[in-house]
Design a protein around this ligand. Structure first.
Ligand code: SF4
Length: 462
């Protein structure tokens, strides 16, 4: 009986769990107000990513491409960045922040995006856009290392590094949410407002759940401003909810500006939400109010109705972003379930030293596998060929055919979710998220019991 952390042995990837680094940088950039990123690469590096965002949120997002072609791949394509910046600024007079996001091709050909930013700052911006506030931020996200998760982490760090500026203390708390949904941001803001904590949310994507207004003019965009990012250097502290999605920025603010940083835990489940609130209290001195104790009690009551009766010993496979997967596994263990297989879609060497994985290794009393650099074939192969029996799969929509083909019920969690309606609206974090996750897992299992006529009579007498 053991919990083993291993790297996928097979070369190549079949049905990847993640997309590439520029995707993460694009996700961070759409969380900033008055920002349109230019992805320096082929158009597909934007087109497919925008499609994922649109599929997940059922909204449209604005991201630009330098549209590199064959000549650029041979002779260099920095001229296309210069043209793209000019066209973007002409066409969008409100734009202030323009990250230049590199890709695999432009990193391989060696395009110097830092150099072109210096050149544009000295030339185009002074000559043609004098007096206009424009920030060009180079972000290096070659796709042949890391994943969309590390791309997000790098971009968040680079934005904070570019803007954070020491000034007067502002008494605010920095909250780096990581790769979450609008419903999560709403839930987190609710917890912090109950504690009366003034917070800077990086990156504020609650408005991705945007209205359709009579003039049809609404475009989804984030709400984090340049001023918000500048003020992060003057906060009472930073909480990065996810170690691999914002942890670097929190560390930077601590080392550069002495802003105390607490990284994790991802507040999924009761235990981790409790720790999150304790961390907020520690950094701000604000007490945890009775209203949140009551919300906690409602969540525990909801979980108690389900845990022993329906969740005990249920075998689960979980895949996706590491912070999400690990905290979902922790929550499942609290619910008496058995996470059998955790698939992390990249090969971040820091997973080896992740304290949460160490705790799992020390405490799990059955056979659990944690596979890094994993793909969805790792899941399918175990179900089809290696006798892995599962009661539930937790993961994003890319694994839907593994669930359908093998008759294993699945709850969609993570990014992207495009084959279920409105999931971005529901939180997985906080006490509200614990209720939603547990009840959604239970309802998924209930529907499967009825479909397979497997002890479905229990639901009559529950
Ligand atoms: S792998 Fe390379 S070419 Fe493909 S989308 Fe990512 S950055 Fe673009």
């Amino acid at each position: 009986m053991s919990c083993e952390l291993k790297v996928k042995e097979r070369a190549g990837v079949i049905n990847p769990i993640f997309t590439c680094q520029p995707c993460g940088a694009q996700y961070a950039s759409i969380g900033i107000k008055d920002c349109i990123g230019i992805v320096h690469g082929g158009q597909g590096c934007v087109m497919f990513v925008r499609m994922l965002f649109a599929q997940h949120f059922k909204e449209s997002f604005e991201i630009a491409s330098s549209s590199v072609h064959e000549d650029g791949a041979v002779f260099g394509a920095l001229n296309r960045v210069e043209q793209a910046v000019d066209v973007l600024l002409m066409r969008y007079p409100h734009v202030k922040v323009v990250p230049i996001i590199s890709t695999c091709s432009t990193e391989v050909i060696g395009d110097d995006i830092d150099g072109v930013v210096r050149k544009l700052n000295q030339g185009l911006l002074k000559e043609k856009y004098a007096g206009r506030e424009v920030h060009l931020i180079p972000i290096h996200t070659p796709s042949f290392v890391g994943s969309m998760v590390s791309g997000y982490d790098i971009a968040v760090r680079d934005f904070v590094t570019a803007f954070a500026k020491k000034g007067e203390p502002n008494g605010k708390l920095n909250l780096i949410t990581g790769w979450v949904n609008p419903g999560d941001v709403t839930a987190l803001k609710h917890l912090l407002s109950e504690m009366q904590v003034d917070t800077t949310v990086l990156f504020e994507i609650e408005s991705f759940d945007s209205p359709l207004m009579p003039d049809k003019a609404e475009f989804s965009h984030g709400c984090t401003t340049v001023e918000d990012m500048a003020g992060t250097a003057n906060a009472v502290g930073t909480i990065a909810l996810n170690r691999y999605e914002g942890g670097k920025a929190a560390q930077y603010l601590e080392s550069e500006f002495d802003v105390p940083a607490i990284i994790g835990p991802t507040p999924i489940g009761i235990r981790n939400t409790d720790t999150f609130l304790q961390n907020v209290k520690k950094l701000t001195g604000k007490p945890i109010p009775e209203s949140l104790v009551r919300e906690r009690g409602i969540a525990i009551d909801a979980l108690a109705d389900l845990t022993h009766m329906f969740f005990a010993d249920k075998k689960v496979a979980i895949y996706g972003n590491a912070d999400l997967v690990i905290s979902l596994a922790e929550f499942c263990l609290d619910l008496e379930m058995k996470p059998m297989l955790l698939l992390l879609g990249d090969d971040n060497p820091n997973y080896q030293n992740d304290s949460r994985i160490k705790v799992l290794k020390e405490n799990v009393d059955y056979d659990m596998e944690i596979v890094t650099n994993a793909d969805l074939w790792e899941l399918e192969d175990r179900i089809k060929n290696r006798g892995l029996e599962l009661d539930l799969i937790l993961g994003h929509s890319k694994g839907r055919f593994t669930s359908i083909d093998n008759n294993v019920p699945m709850l969609r969690v993570g990014f992207p979710v495009y084959d279920r309606a409105g999931y971005y609206r529901h939180p997985v974090v906080g006490y509200a998220g614990a209720i939603w996750l547990a009840e959604s897992m239970a309802n998924t299992i209930f529907a499967d019991m009825e479909y397979k006529k497997s002890r479905e009579w229990i639901l009559n007498v529950w």
